[in-house]
Design a binder for this molecule. Sequence first.
Ligand SMILES: [Zn+2]
Length: 205
Amino acid sequence: MTHFSAELWFDFARGIASPEQNVLMHHHLEGQCGKCSTELDMWNRVLEVARREGEYSPPASAVRIAKAAYASADRWTWLPRIARMARLIFDSARQPGAAPVRGSMPHTRQFLHRAEPFVIDLRVESEPARKHVWLTGQVLNSKRPGTNVEGVDVILLSEERFIAKTLANPSGEFELEFGDERGLQLFINIHGQRAIGITLPDPES
Ligand SMILES: [Zn+2]
């Protein structure tokens, strides 16, 4: 029997699989495929927890499942493959008169990325001496600026390796703290949307 991939079941769970794919997958489930039912079940629980995170304390079992899924590196390797990359539209370090970055001094850099209709505002504070980075950001819908972007998962990977994950608040704001390293990619996973990828600059570049 041909099964469907984890990525496809994740799309299915989020309701963003194509209509044709939906029909095929429903049909496959009706055939009582245990492997795929388990996969779908896992994603449904992860999504449920992600949606409710912060609103109340979900049952310990759901938290355990979600944590295992989130912590497992291979659960996120699909992200770079399905994400669309955002376009950099502003970088404070590239502005005329921007102060050059000095070796070990703490510094802040701001970025704006666009992936229609979303705009992602990022502020990266680095402390090279401690090899530490604080990232704060906000996801905004440029077509509907007054409305909140809800259900936003933010995942940080380094060459497909899981580094950190957080859930944005109802205003689309999020923050992450991590060690300074190269090859970082940030993924903005908005409920019901194709994931958005952002390549973060390497330290000292
Ligand atoms: Zn199957």
